[in-house]
Design a protein around this ligand. Structure first.
Ligand code: NDP
Ligand code: 8X3
Length: 251
């Protein structure tokens, strides 16, 4: 049966790959992000019913207005993929930029909360739904210079566990996916366009691709109604955890 899937941060990386994966299976998609032109281009590319919604997840009023504005035929959201997020900077605590911290917390934590709070009533009304959150290996183990990005992803982990409990009686599944290093626009954003620094992150090994994460999201979303994968920790072959990488070139 075809479902309605709302994906935040569909203009790039995991979100875009997830949109392509669900579209290929014929599902109906609400794709969101701030870059309107990318959403329009993606809509043109996808051979399914697509509704682009442009909003910044940090803007509480814009989030609630966007969900409230959904036409009746788009309100029955079956799956919410809370993917929009970012890291900004990689600095020791004492040197890090306060504005970067605010943006990470406002996007990765508060943005995810706003979108979930706006969508959950629609799921409760139907006693059906699946929320899939993008955490990170950074939300399982802190690493040097990861401070507030790690904290934001620890929060995603805690929020996922907590929502799963609170929505238990409403038959809503909650899954959190914790990927390790993946080659998307993530590092370009983190290092503010410094491509030398961004590319160094992936030197000497094959990182996860956006499609690997999209495949995992798709798998979790397509299990029998009584099955919920609560949490997935996934890395490329060359990464053991937040600290240990095999950069020898053989993985
Ligand atoms: P990308 O930079 O490729 O994509 C990030 C997406 O988030 C974009 O579509 C962007 O859209 C959207 N986004 C960012 N800020 C906002 C905002 N304020 N409002 C709305 N949308 C926003 O990164 P990834 O695909 O790699 O990252 C996706 C998620 O996965 C993030 O939560 C990230 O923390 C997490 N993650 C990434 C890993 C990696 O190594 N790549 C590993 C583990 C987790 P736009 O700019 O158009 O608004
Ligand atoms: C992104 C992965 O290791 O850069 O969440 O924090 S890492």
């Amino acid at each position: 049966m075809h479902k309605i899937v709302l994906i935040t941060g569909a203009t790039s990386g995991f979100g875009e790959a997830t949109a392509r994966q669900f579209a290929a299976a014929g599902h109906r998609l609400i794709i969101t992000g701030r870059r309107k032109e990318r959403l329009e281009a993606l809509k043109q590319d996808l051979k399914t019913d697509v509704l682009p919604l442009v909003f910044d997840v940090q803007d509480k009023d814009a989030v609630f207005a966007a969900i409230a504005s959904l036409p009746a035929e788009w309100k029955d959201i079956d799956i919410l993929v809370n993917n929009a997020g970012l890291a900004l900077g990689r600095d020791h605590f004492n040197e890090a930029n306060l504005d970067d911290w605010e943006t990470m917390l406002d996007t990765n934590v508060k943005g995810l909360l706003y979108v979930s709070k706006a969508v959950v009533p629609l799921m409760i009304a139907r006693q059906n739904g699946h929320i899939i959150n993008l955490g990170s290996i950074a939300g399982k183990e802190v690493y040097e210079k990861g401070n507030v990005y790690c904290a934001s992803k620890y929060a995603v982990d805690a929020i996922s566990k907590s929502i799963r409990i609170d929505l238990l009686q409403h038959r809503i599944k909650v899954t959190v996916i914790h990927p390790g290093a993946a080659d998307t626009e993530f590092s370009k954003v983190r290092f503010k366009g410094d491509m030398d620094q961004a590319q160094k992150i992936y030197e000497g090994y094959t990182p996860l691709r956006a499609e690997d994460v999209a495949d995992t999201i798709f798998y979790c979303a397509n299990l029998p109604a009584h099955v919920c994968i609560n949490e997935v920790n996934m890395t490329c072959l060359a990464q053991a955890n937040s600290f240990y990488y095999n950069r020898s070139g053989n993985a």
